[in-house]
Design a protein around this ligand. Structure first.
Ligand SMILES: Nc1ncnc2c1ncn2[C@@H]1O[C@H](COP(=O)(O)OP(=O)(O)OP(=O)(O)O)[C@@H](O)[C@H]1O
Ligand SMILES: [Mg+2]
Length: 132
């Protein structure tokens, strides 16, 4: 279970999130809906630790994530698929896919076959640069 409790988030003096709470249960899909600029991406950046919150708490599977670096959150299973491309343009397609390996034990560091079932074109483009 992911628990976001009463968080605030600021960009400088501008407050983007005010008292936002959310629970997301394991095995279920939780959707956050809202008009443009309402703070959906900011909420996800707060969960992943990419942007610090200024009030409230966030916990995942009972453990507080507050103050934890994004890569430690990733090791606990908190991932984020960004809204835009946000790929590494100078790394190859393969290297971009492999960039998700860091939090995994060595024996799990392979690109799962279902990635290529979902997106067959990736197989033939593994050597291409992400930005191309
Ligand atoms: N890096 C930033 N610096 C300053 N203000 C920002 C920054 N990123 C977002 N904001 C502002 O914070 C508010 C929330 O933005 P956010 O991107 O979280 O909204 P969103 O719900 O994801 O929007 P969209 O539906 O367009 O994706 C907006 O007013 C936005 O202009
Ligand atoms: Mg967004």
């Amino acid at each position: 279970m992911l628990n976001v409790d009463n968080i605030n988030l600021h960009y400088g003096a501008a407050q983007a999130l005010r008292g936002v709470s959310l629970t997301a249960e394991m095995g279920k899909i939780t959707c956050v809906l809202g008009r443009n600029g309402v703070g959906k991406s900011s909420l996800l950046r707060a969960v992943t630790g990419q942007h610090a919150i200024s009030a409230g708490t966030i916990s995942f599977e009972g453990a507080a994530l507050d103050g934890m670096a994004p890569y430690h959150r990733a090791k606990r299973g908190v991932g984020y698929v960004p809204q835009g491309r946000e790929i590494f343009p100078l790394l190859s397609v393969q290297e971009n896919l492999e960039s998700g390996y860091a939090p995994l034990p060595r024996k799990e560091r392979f690109i799962p076959d279902d990635i290529f079932s979902l997106f067959p074109v990736l197989q033939s483009m593994l050597g291409r640069r992400g930005g191309d």
